[in-house]
Ligand binder design. Structure first.
Ligand SMILES: Cc1cc2nc3c(=O)[nH]c(=O)nc-3n(C[C@H](O)[C@H](O)[C@H](O)COP(=O)(O)O)c2cc1C
Ligand code: SF4
Length: 422
């Protein structure tokens, strides 16, 4: 049994008592040579495991000139709470307000699409014209009413859409490489690339005018910017493909367009992949190079996740990206390596479930802030609970019913995952 399986087995024993002991028959128990690996999987072993008296999660930090009051962040999760004309609704605003009330110092919306061609999920927000501003305003207003901070996540999903979703336009991508569902997109022309970049700039001005406090540009997972960065999905032979500098060009031009639209003082985060699913060291090398290039290009912070297709077994399960396959503390080491290379705050996201681990990350400066997605879908007040000193683990078991449920309707926790995995 590998270390992770053993650690997960231990957790089950701890969480579920006698019932779990039955599950764990055959478990060899903690590794006496290395108890920390058991207790804190995927955390650097040379960290200081003694926490100070003052909770490091309560400290503020800044992104550009904006002070974020604590170290817990609600990372982006698609809501499917807009109307069929891609406009934000009161339900959408109420959800963001709930998250802000729940204690996260920074709330990042789910994907807001920059143009119809790049929209990946119906009943989502699209920031493609000034007519969207009045509805989009509802969310920042709701969050500001309770003293919260909200950033808009902007993205274009490139290959990961269909003509049914994007008004008949069909999926386009850097290259004709099959998407996660095996469908082949058409290759983007130079004009389409320029159009997609300009759309990010236009969308940035729209969300700023709507009152969002900042923007997260999605350059990770398997969305369009990442499709350009990823050599397995970018086979172009022009200036946007080939060597790393060329593959970075799209992301850097998007950043430049967004920066130009919002001005120098407006906070911008880039969500990036620390690896492409297999945790290959060369992926992390490229991620660090890309982070440095983005820093040079004027980004204010990073949100480190991971990408790459990852098939989740089970007959009814569609393929999923690596970010959603649960692995405890999945991206902590890559985030720490990126943080050591750049001079901007880093948020780490992916499989963070234990408050004590979150405190260790902040204390050891492995990351400046902790990103939580599914735990806050499961319990929006989990952040508040942690900031009040709780050490209780998230109840989210992470088999992704909330993610699969987006195919049918709005985001919700189906509340049953904590009984099928831990
Ligand atoms: C239902 C659902 C929707 C998601 N939608 C987005 C999204 O719109 N944009 C994004 O960058 N990440 C999205 N993610 C990924 C999360 O932000 C996060 O990176 C991932 O879930 C790992 O964090 P966690 O283990 O705390 O859930 C989504 C995840 C889930 C479960
Ligand atoms: S549906 Fe499952 S994976 Fe999603 S938040 Fe709820 S418990 Fe977690």
């Amino acid at each position: 049994m590998d270390v992770w399986a053993r650690a997960s087995c231990n957790r089950r024993t701890f969480l579920k008592g006698v019932g779990a002991l039955a599950l764990c028959s055959g478990c060899p128990g903690p590794d006496p040579d290395n108890p920390r690996v058991i207790e804190y999987p995927n955390i650097p072993e040379d960290w200081d495991f003694n926490l100070p008296a003052a909770d490091p999660l309560l400290a503020s930090y800044t992104i550009n000139k904006l002070t974020i009051p604590n170290r817990l962040t609600k990372t982006a999760t698609r809501e499917r709470m807009a109307d069929w004309q891609w406009r934000a609704t009161g339900t959408y605003a109420d959800w963001q307000r709930t998250l802000a009330c729940g204690g996260a110092g920074l709330v990042i919306t789910g994907s807001i699409y920059t143009q119809l061609a790049g929209a990946g999920l119906p009943e989502s927000c699209l920031a493609d014209g000034a007519d969207k501003v009045p509805c989009l305003k509802l969310a920042p207003q709701a969050v500001h009413d309770v003293g919260g901070i909200i950033f808009a996540q902007l993205t274009d999903v490139g290959a990961e859409t269909t003509a049914q979703i994007n008004g008949g336009l069909g999926a386009r991508a850097p290259s004709a490489v099959p998407n996660l569902n095996g469908q082949v997109p058409r290759v983007m022309s130079a004009a389409e690339i320029a159009d997609a970049i300009a759309a990010f700039g236009q969308a940035a001005a729209i969300v700023r005018d709507a009152g969002f406090d900042g923007i997260e540009i999605q350059m990770g997972h398997d969305d369009l910017a990442s499709q350009f960065l990823n050599p397995a999905r970018n086979k172009r032979t022009d200036g946007y493909g080939g060597n790393l500098a060329n593959r970075q060009r799209f992301a850097l031009e998007v950043l430049a367009a967004v920066r130009q639209a919002v001005g120098p003082d407006y906070p911008l985060i880039a969500k990036i992949n620390g690896d492409l699913g297999t945790q290959a060291p060369e992926d992390l090398d490229e991620a660090i190079q890309t982070a440095l290039a983005l820093e040079q290009g004027g980004i204010d912070a990073f949100d480190v996740s991971c990408g790459g297709p990852e098939a989740i077994s089970g007959p009814h399960r569609p393929p999923l990206e690596a970010f959603s396959e649960f692995k405890e503390n999945r991206n902590v080491k890559s985030a720490a390596a990126i943080r050591a290379a750049v001079h901007r705050p880093v948020i780490v996201v992916g499989g963070l479930r234990e408050p004590r681990t979150m405190r260790l990350i902040a204390h050891n400066e492995g990351a400046d802030a902790i990103g939580l997605a599914r735990p806050l879908i499961r319990s929006p007040y989990f952040a508040k609970q942690i900031l009040e000193g709780s050490e209780d683990r998230s109840l989210c078991g992470s088999p992704n019913d909330c993610l699969f449920g987006l195919e049918q309707g709005r985001l919700q926790c189906w509340n049953m995952c904590d009984t099928c995995s831990a």
